[in-house]
Design a protein around this ligand. Sequence first.
Ligand code: TNX
Length: 544
Amino acid sequence: MRERSVRPHRRTFRLLGSLLLVTAVGASLTGAAPAREPSSPASGPVPLDRVIPAPASVQPGGSPYRITRGTQIRVDGSRETRTVGEYLADVLRPSTGYRLPVTDHGRGGIRLRLGKGPFGEEGYRLHSGRSGVTITAARPAGLFHGVQTLRQLLPAAVEKDTVQPGPWLVAGGTIEDTPRYGWRGAMLDVSRHFFSVGEVKRYIDQLALYKVNKLHLHLSDDQGWRIAIDSWPRLATYGGSTEVGGGPGGYYTKADYKEIVRYAASRHLEVVPEIDMPGHTNAALASYAGLNCDGVAPPLYTGTEVGFSSLCVGKEITYDFVEDVVRELAALTPGRYLHIGGDEAHSTPHEDYVKFMDRVQPIVAEYGKTVIGWHQLTGATPAKGALAQYWGLDGTSAAEKEQVAAAARNGTGLILSPADRAYLDMKYDKDTPLGLSWAGYVEVQRSYDWDPGAYLPGAPASAIRGVEAPLWTETLENSGHLEFMAFPRLPGIAELGWSPAATHDWADYRQRLASQAPRWEALGIGYYRSPQVLWPAEGGADAG
Ligand code: TNX
């Protein structure tokens, strides 16, 4: 069966959406560029530079290409190129109503080809002119990212699932594009609330739109264990049986999980599984009494406190447990990384924390994976090659920042997820009906306006592997909730990960962001209409 884009999983959350939407009218804009109508004019194609993430280089010029009933999607002989071609066809067919055959014959049309060039693993060149659009890349991931750019160059109505009038013009010119960072991640917490395979796939499709290439799944926490482990079956069947607020929770069978991994790979995202330890482990401790130092299993937990649970560092069974879990999870993971958490271990004495990390990191290596930990790992001894995920904020102490920076100078790579910038679960402002505010309110400009390369004092730019936007779900229960928090901030974090620092410009970005709104509406994505952005009138995609 063929995969489709966001569309088939569409559910609208119109009711929630309209309750939450904040009107832009009369908003006061600080440092804002003069207002201009951001939606694409009905008369002409979308300008080549109105893409998120901003491409590395854009040379507009020449005639536009028009997709017609006769357009073919031309691929070279490789199976991988054909797969990207089929994906593109699935995006374009419902709204254009055209056949758009994927073929290795013919001339003109939309051409996808693998070829030599300065593209790296993920870069591409897109050339558009009267006779066709050609996307060239060294690797299939580059073709796939080029296809996402092509989507944004077409009118927003291309994202609809019913036939639209067009015309389907792509502006003339050339885009050459490669990412600034190899790590452009999004984290989804499926522990505090459980999200079905379908909900995760829907989010994957949304991430792919903005060239995000890592899906970090937070698979265990105090409130729920979400992945079946054959050697410790109660982790999932009991430890996964609830969630914040006392709902039914759930877990992924191994088949479910493989399906998520496969689907993510089809969108060129690598899944990074996280088992959080030694803290954040109440669900495991509740499932097996023997894991507790006192041999007594605590009850399941459905609240939102953190920092009260710990694995028993002095007991051998702890390491049998860790090894079994790591072995089974590594076997499900084609990617290189395994995230072992390590944050907020407030109930684990420091020496125990260090001892635990010293024993657990080699287990991850033994099963062929590279360790990632939250930045508290830098308070122990990060293994060679390990990455630390920084989630501090402006107010984090200089000593803690320096601990992370020193590790970075010592060779530990950093993924930047500053909580007061990149946390998608922070409220936008005091009136945001969902989310938390412990790191402050994070409006769209604050979320976008920072430079990962120069963010952490004392950390060499070369240590920065990229950025990641975590979405914690204490208050989030369904796809509508996820989307309201992720949109519009997620595209900004994705741009920080992809685009050269030289393209960074809030005044320009907010206009490009505004022109995404009709696309989100066409895809059924409910978003927060931040007063910092001059959004087009709702329903704008109908005009396109
Ligand atoms: C901090 S960030 C946490 C999570 C919470 C989150 C809520 C981190 C590594 N730990 O346990 O869910 O804040 O924003």
